[in-house]
Design a binder for this molecule. Structure first.
Ligand code: HEC
Length: 407
């Protein structure tokens, strides 16, 4: 019986670790971008070769100086910022494996999208992350990489195209998490393959008493800026798997495009804001809000059960007989094998998310959640493992509409 505890705690501990590592990484990324934006000329540092900024925090004042490409000689002590990134990626990779590859029938493979074996699904997932990194890295190193804006545009199109690919391979939530994981792989790959190795080359030059090549600093800065803009979209994609309205396959590329745009432009606002409050481009917020409003509207238009719900409202108005008994029966036969005190579905140890759907009273209590998960969206049953029919969803829709109308 210990497996109950291991299953639950394995997931909880991994997620805890992942979120904390991500906070440490994103926190330091935000901080250094802020620091960079706020750098002012400093008497000891030649113009264009760095600057300084004052910060106050936790009872003290900090004078931070930046040396571009490097100080004249190697400092006695140097703190590297890399393990926040590595541990975020590693824990994220294991979490992806735990949730999506080890339980792929529940979360990753949707036979209505594509029939895959668990092995094939995992191979596509992992293979695409590796291949995606090489494409992105090659883009940055190609002549395109010399033009920041062109590179950003092509990178954006590449990510959206990959989300289209994932939406053709995986369940909606599987597609979103892989798009997020791909961007996160760019980010960690940037730290692991470019930023830190380049900084090591600079350190080696300093130790040898040579002037480091400025190109190393430039390359590292380019990747660091990419990481900064990817942060907000990635975090959205990571949490999207808790929100089924975002998971409709047909809109995933559009959603990824809108959220990436919104997240990046919000970061852009803050980069300006931290450089000079008086010149902050407030209209960026308008653009971000517009993009999010469009995403919300799109997700509702594309919601698989929107039409069924509108139909149900019409039937209620026309005085359709109560669907409660039929709905309870459907929930019994399509949901309760997992959503029970003692589930009979293999691999489900206890009622998922503590949602129990065994009796008509349970159904009434959970009506709102059922409406979202099984009527508005088709998140439940997961990948339709229990073969609920369109007609049965219509009955659930009618029951929901009737209970909303108080009948
Ligand atoms: C094969 C097992 C299985 C079946 C059948 C199933 N569910 Fe679920 N359900 C799950 C799992 C697993 C989760 C947790 C999902 C997650 O971790 O994101 C869940 C979560 C939920 C939640 C909570 C969602 C949340 O994020 O809070 C609701 C509500 C729900 N299911 C309703 C239903 C309904 C209604 C049906 C029948 C139409 C159903 N489920 C059928 C496995 C199942």
């Amino acid at each position: 019986m210990i497996e109950y505890a291991l299953h639950e705690w394995g997931s909880a501990a991994l997620r805890w670790f992942h979120v904390i590592a991500g906070m440490a990484w994103i926190g330091s990324s935000f901080f250094f971008m802020h620091l960079d934006a706020g750098m002012r000329p400093h008497a000891e540092i030649p113009a264009g070769k760095g600057g300084a900024a004052w910060h106050v925090h936790g009872g003290g004042f900090y004078e931070m100086k930046k040396y571009l490409v490097a100080p004249a000689s190697m400092p006695a002590e140097l703190t590297w910022h890399k393990w926040q990134s590595y541990t975020t990626w590693i824990s994220g990779f294991f979490l992806l494996g735990w949730v999506y590859y080890a339980q792929s029938a529940l979360f990753l493979i949707d036979p209505a999208v594509r029939v895959l074996t668990p092995g094939a699904a995992a191979a596509i997932g992992i293979g695409s992350l590796v291949a995606g990194w090489f494409v992105y890295d090659a883009l940055c190193k190609s002549p395109v990489g010399k033009n920041e804006n062109l590179l950003a545009l092509i990178g954006f199109v590449f990510v959206v195209a990959m989300s289209f690919f994932y939406a053709k391979m995986f369940s909606g939530r599987g597609a979103l998490i892989h798009t997020g994981a791909l961007m996160a792989t760019f980010m960690s790959g940037n730290v692991f393959r470019i930023i830190v190795p380049n900084q090591k080359k600079v350190v080696a030059a300093l130790l040898a008493g040579e002037a480091p090549d400025p190109k190393y600093g430039k390359q590292a800065k380019q990747r660091s800026v990419h990481n900064n803009y990817l942060t907000l979209p990635v975090v959205f994609l990571m949490i999207s798997n808790h929100y089924p309205l975002t998971q409709t396959s047909a809109i995933i590329p559009a959603l990824v495009a809108l959220v990436t745009f919104a997240g990046a432009i919000i970061r852009h606002f803050f980069n300006h804001w931290h450089a000079d409050h008086t010149k902050a481009p407030w209209w960026y917020w308008g653009a971000a809000i517009l993009a999010l409003a469009l995403a919300i509207w799109l997700s509702w238009q594309a919601a698989p059960g929107r039409v069924a719900l509108l139909d149900a409202d019409r039937k209620v108005a026309a005085g359709a007989p109560s669907a409660a008994a039929q709905a309870a029966e459907i929930i019994q036969t399509r949901c309760s094998m997992c959503h029970a005190a003692a589930p009979v579905w293999e691999g489900i140890l206890s009622a998922p998310k503590a949602v129990r759907l065994e009796t008509p009273a349970d159904a009434t209590r959970e009506a709102h959640a059922i409406a979202l998960q099984a009527v508005v969206t088709h998140a439940m049953p997961p990948n339709n493992l229990t073969d609920i029919t369109a007609q049965e969803r219509q009955v659930l829709a009618l029951w929901i509409a009737q209970s909303r109308a108080g009948r």
